[in-house]
Structure formats: C-alpha cells, structure tokens
Design a protein around this ligand. Structure first.
Ligand SMILES: NC(=O)c1ccc[n+]([C@@H]2O[C@H](COP(=O)([O-])OP(=O)(O)OC[C@H]3O[C@@H](n4cnc5c(N)ncnc54)[C@H](OP(=O)(O)O)[C@@H]3O)[C@@H](O)[C@H]2O)c1
Length: 332
C-alpha cells in the first residue's frame, strides 16, 4: 500500500462523545480508513437523500462518528489485497454500510471489502456511474421488480412519484425508454419540461397525490414507483389496477403509512419493498451491468449538477429540503 498518499482530503461529519456536532473538510491518513481488501482512489461520488440525512445531526442515518458520508463512489483501485481487483481497475460501490457506518465516497480514498466492489461496467465512465448512483440503481431495481412481476409496455400508465428527484427522474427515464406510458407526480410545475424530455406523458400535482380519499378509488395505474411514502403511497395503493404493483423505495415526505387492506384483498395489489443497500453483490453487479445497457436512464444529462468536495454541503442541505432537480455529482 506504499503508493498511497500520506494524507488525503475528506468531508467529515463528527459528534465526539459528549461533544458538539461538526462537519467540514479535514485531512485524514490511510490508517484512519476502515479495514478492507480494496482501497479506491475516488474520482466521483454523488448526493442522495440519505447523504443529506447522514450530514445532519438529527438525520438518524450516521451510525458511527467520525464519518465520511457518500453512499456512492467510483474511481480506480489504488491498492488491493484481492487478486480479482488489480491496481488501476475501474470500480464503483454503493450501499451496504458505505457512508453510514463506515467511511464513504466524500474523500480522495475509500477502503472496502472486496465483496462490496463492483467492476465499473463497460460503457460507463466513473462520472456516468455516479450520475446514476444509488438513485438510478434504485430506480432500475424498481423497474426490474415491476417487470419481473409481469408489467409490460402497453399495459397502461405507470405512475412515478417524487418525479423530479434522483430516484424519480431516473425511473421516468428508464420506464419511458422501455416503452411504458409514464405519468409523473411532482410538486414542481417548472420541472415538467425536463420530465417531458425524459419521457413523461402526463403529470399529477403533489396535491392530487396527497389528498385524502376513499379506501378504494377509480383504478388508473398498471404499476407505480413510489419514492415519497407518507400520504402519497396510500393514494398509489388505492388507485392501482387489479393485480398491479407499486415498488416502494422512499420516504421523502415521511415514513408513516396509513392505508386499508382493501387494495390488497379486493384488487390483489402488491407492495414491493426496495432495499438497495442490502442487495447481495452478485445481483448488484448484474443490475449495474443492466444499468449500462437495457436499464440505462437515458437523457439525465440536463438534470446533472456538478459540485466539488468543498461545495457538497449546500447540496446536502438542499436535497433534504426537497429542492432536488435531478442529480448532483461530486467531483473528488
Ligand atoms: N430504498 C432504497 O434502497 C432507497 C434508495 C435510494 C433512495 N431512497 C429513498 O428514496 C427517496 C428519494 O430519494 P432521492 O435520492 O430521489 O431524493 P430526492 O432527489 O430528494 O427526491 C425526492 C423527491 O420527493 C419529492 N417530495 C415529495 N414530498 C416531499 C417532501 N415533503 N419533502 C421532500 N421531498 C418531497 C420531491 O419531488 P417532487 O417535487 O417532484 O414531488 C423530491 O424531489 C428518499 O426517501 C430516499 O431516502 C431509498
């Protein structure tokens, strides 16, 4: 590991025992990295809702301090004790404990167990991979789950909630490029043009998807991707068609869920839980391969904002405030 620098830059959040919460740039040494076989020279990371929470004292995401947030990272292998990962190999990683219980992507170096590392698929640069990031990964996971359960293009409208956000925008792009008729629920009317460019065919306002309703309402959706939770998921459940499913990944507006069992027992509706953090490495590498090919979220480019490590903090605060418009990538 002698080719590693003596120190490297990192964005660190900290709350020492009995001390105040702090966050900001620091120099770390390689000895401060957690154990693992593969040390990555990080080139790009991204900003996800979970990163915003990890960087707040009341976010309830950080499980150890000090912590380098950043649940996504991509770069090249700088040192390796595993023959499967040679120095110089382009790799990425997302999920598991990265950026929550061990140091993540907001640093020039990261160290990971080899069993968490994904060789960057052919056709994706490190920046592309981070423009996709956990948000795009979760969107692809959601679309794959809906299609595995039988959703086909031509079945009818598919609803995406929180459509202007990271997961939502990618879900709109992936569904549209696979030929589905996509409806976007968004609280931001000024995002309609961008979402239309990604392939949205129709729009719902945030008020429409949060209004209280009857236990069952008129059926509309052949499938749905919900990133918002709280009052929105009950709306989705009571308006899904017979036998349709919603892939539920998010709680951007809250984690409560008040519904009835009627969508399940009278319409055979399914609630599919999406947990991208704990997907096993085999399916994870396979899904990243699909993200470079048939599940590539096309056209996200206009919604990508680039920041460097010294400017990551305002982006972290903005995403928690619901101001996301597409994705932020972080140049390390
Ligand atoms: N389960 C998993 O594996 C997984 C993976 C990634 C993300 N997530 C979760 O999925 C959700 C979306 O993540 P993301 O990275 O796409 O976040 P994001 O970029 O911030 O998008 C969330 C979107 O939700 C909408 N929204 C509706 N009500 C909101 C409210 N009260 N406050 C804030 N936003 C509200 C907004 O879109 P509109 O204005 O368009 O409505 C917002 O842009 C988060 O809860 C995140 O923790 C889960």
């Amino acid at each position: 590991m002698s080719n590693l620098p003596a120190t490297f830059r990192a964005y660190v959040v900290d709350k020492p025992e009995g001390g105040a919460f702090t966050r900001g740039l620091r120099d770390l040494t390689p000895a401060e990295l957690p154990p693992g076989e593969v040390t990555v020279r990080v080139a790009w990371s991204s900003v996800n809702f979970k990163d915003g929470l990890a960087a707040r004292e009341d976010g309830r995401v950080a499980r150890s301090y000090p912590l380098v947030p950043g649940i996504d990272l991509a770069g090249e292998v700088a040192a390796s004790d595993d023959p499967a990962f040679q120095v110089g190999t382009e790799v990425l990683a997302n999920g598991y404990d990265i950026g929550t219980a061990r140091h993540g992507g907001y640093a020039e170096l990261a160290r990971l167990p080899a069993g968490w590392v994904v060789p960057t698929p052919e056709g994706l640069t490190a920046r592309d991979a981070m423009a996709i990031g956990t948000a795009g990964f979760t969107a692809a996971m959601s679309v794959a789950a809906l299609e595995e359960r039988g959703l086909r293009p031509g079945d009818g409208p598919v609803l995406v909630t929180g459509a202007s956000g990271g997961v939502g925008s990618a879900a709109v792009a992936i569904l549209a490029s696979r030929g589905h008729e996509v409806w976007a629920a968004t609280g931001k009317a000024d995002e309609h043009d961008r979402l239309r460019d990604l392939g949205a065919a129709g729009f719902l306002t945030r008020d429409e998807v949060t209004a209280p309703g009857r236990p069952l309402d008129s059926t509309r959706w052949a499938g749905a991707v919900d990133t918002v939770g709280s009052a929105t998921l009950p709306f989705v459940l009571r308006t899904l068609r017979l036998g349709a499913a919603v892939a539920s990944s998010g709680n951007a507006s809250g984690s409560d869920l008040v519904t009835t069992v009627f969508p399940f027992i009278l319409r055979g509706v399914a609630l599919l839980g999406m947990d991208s953090a704990n997907m096993a490495i085999g399916p994870r590498r396979a899904l990243w391969g699909r993200l470079a090919t048939d599940l590539l979220p096309r056209g996200l480019g206009d919604g990508i904002t680039e920041v460097d490590l010294s400017a990551v903090e305002p982006a972290l605060d903005a995403i928690v405030a619901g101001q996301a418009r597409g994705r932020w990538v972080v140049r390390i």
